[in-house]
Design a protein around this ligand. Structure first.
Ligand SMILES: NC(=O)c1ccc[n+]([C@@H]2O[C@H](COP(=O)([O-])OP(=O)(O)OC[C@H]3O[C@@H](n4cnc5c(N)ncnc54)[C@H](OP(=O)(O)O)[C@@H]3O)[C@@H](O)[C@H]2O)c1
Length: 266
């Protein structure tokens, strides 16, 4: 093609234009912290099945993240990042932006729980619980919300816990961090509503995952006994509640905490 043709693109093309390839770039993009196991993994699987692109991080890769990234790299992105390292999370969000160009949904899912009595909790453990369960989701939300504002809106779901709304022994600092996350959701919803971004907390009761694998039989029986529905939740049930909050069916819901706990807190 001559320089003149390049400068005057109205001139007749040399060949018939090819039929445009289907544009897949408009698929929605979800960022999930801790998508390698437990609730995060099930959410990633459900969103992928619903034609979302999913970006997730955890400290280590596993068979699920490696196989999914190999199988469909255009839809799934995993990178190592650590809740206790804000730079690693910001770098992760930069990679997501480069790769997928937008973020429509953030699920602040990853959380850390060590149960111990408050009077003997070390300053280091206090700091770690607050950093991982509260500062990290705040940091990640800021990085993702800036991209959501640019693309005209989005959705944030913070995974809290019934420990934020009821007292339990051995989890005082974890409970404080999760309650902080609920307060964060409410006030952020007020700030970001004008940018068409909804922010909600999901407040699960006990459900089966690695986090609850160490609950003793005795405590499990107690939990079931106190739960009107008589059992722990399943990870699918909790994931479905997240999907409800992110769906058009919840498009007028923001700044709320949705409790899903089989009734244990009622
Ligand atoms: N399970 C319950 O009964 C229950 C009840 C109420 C609320 N919750 C909340 O629900 C959420 C999900 O819980 P879950 O039971 O599904 O957890 P889980 O099975 O323990 O999975 C946690 C995920 O987060 C990642 N992760 C943990 N520490 C991390 C760190 N420092 N940096 C980056 N990633 C990290 C893990 O991968 P790596 O270990 O490789 O980093 C994993 O992918 C949490 O916020 C939890 O507090 C759970």
């Amino acid at each position: 093609m001559s320089t003149a043709q390049l400068e005057h693109p109205t001139e007749a093309p040399l060949a018939e234009p090819q039929e445009a390839a289907p544009v897949r770039d408009d698929r929605r993009v979800a960022v999930i912290s801790g998508g390698s196991r437990g609730l995060g993994r099930v959410l990633a699987e459900k969103l992928l099945a619903d034609d979302w692109r999913v970006a997730t991080f955890s400290r280590s890769a596993n068979e699920f993240t490696a196989k999914t990234a190999d199988y469909d790299p255009e839809s799934f992105f995993w990178e190592a990042a650590d809740l206790s390292d804000p730079q690693s999370m910001r770098a992760f969000v930069r990679q997501v932006s480069k790769r997928f160009g937008r973020i429509d949904l953030l699920v602040n899912n990853a959380g850390v729980l060590h149960q111990e009595l408050f009077l003997t909790t070390t300053p280091r453990n206090i700091e770690s619980l607050v950093t991982n369960n509260l500062i990290a989701p705040i940091t990640l939300t800021q990085a993702c919300a800036r991209l959501m504002v640019r693309s005209g809106g989005g959705n944030v779901v913070n995974i809290s816990s019934i420990n934020a709304i009821r007292g339990y022994r051995g989890v005082a600092v974890y409970a404080a961090a999760k309650a902080g996350l609920d307060g964060f959701s409410r006030s952020l919803a007020r700030e970001l509503g004008a940018f068409n971004i909804r922010v909600n907390s999901l407040v699960p009761g006990f459900f089966d995952s690695d986090m609850t694998a160490e609950v003793t039989e005795r405590n499990r029986d107690r939990i079931q006994h106190r739960t009107p529905l008589g059992r722990l939740g399943t990870v699918d049930e909790i994931a479905d509640a997240v999907l409800f909050l992110t769906s058009p069916r919840a498009q007028f819901v923001t700044g709320q905490s949705l409790v899903i706990d089989g009734g244990i807190t009622c």
